[in-house]
Ligand binder design. Structure first.
Ligand code: FES
Length: 172
């Protein structure tokens, strides 16, 4: 009785089997990676928090409201005509910049409420803000006037989606 040869001796067939095996193994590794890779994508609630829509109609003139955005407070101030005139006439303090370059509409100031010294949250005053940690003073344009803070309060990206709504987190 002759023994049946089960080995693959045809080089073309052997190459095909080798390629096929590697393709299946590669596909398996790729499939196994999918859950890990997709777990690295930001979750939908994180993406949602990347932008915050604010209804400005709930902020009376002369008042400020604070909104959380990406883990930071954002101050939205409905400025009075006197504050707008005063800020328009002032060049700012340690980091001078015209008020007009810090607002999209004069009556609405939108700034990140984090002191540029060491990151405390400043408190609103009639003249602007006072940082409780080391006494930095900001005006009603969020510009640094005095104290150890080196820069004006930063501006978040935002745009008006309608007359009385802004979207923070996207500049257009
Ligand atoms: S953290 Fe605001 S003055 Fe130091």
């Amino acid at each position: 009785m002759t023994k049946k040869n089960t080995e693959t001796t045809d080089p073309a067939r052997r190459d095909f089997l080798g390629t096929f095996t590697m393709a299946v193994a590669g596909g398996g590794v790729a499939a196994a990676c999918v859950p890990f890779v997709s777990s690295m994508n930001p979750s939908s609630d994180v993406l949602e928090r990347a932008t915050v829509e604010i209804d400005l109609s709930g902020i009376p003139m002369g008042q400020e409201k604070t909104f959380p955005w990406q883990g930071k407070p954002v101050f939205v101030v409905h400025r009075t005509s006197a504050e707008i005139a005063e800020m328009g006439a002032s060049p700012g303090g340690k980091e001078p910049v015209p008020d007009s370059q810090r607002v999209q509409k004069p009556e609405w100031l939108v700034v990140i409420g984090v002191c540029t010294h060491l990151g405390c949250v400043p408190n609103k005053t009639a003249q602007g803000w006072l940082c409780p940690c080391h006494g930095s003073v900001y005006d009603n344009s969020g510009r640094i006037i005095s104290g150890p803070a080196p820069q004006n309060l930063h501006l978040p990206p935002y745009h008006f989606v309608s007359n009385d709504k802004i979207l923070i987190g996207k500049s257009s």
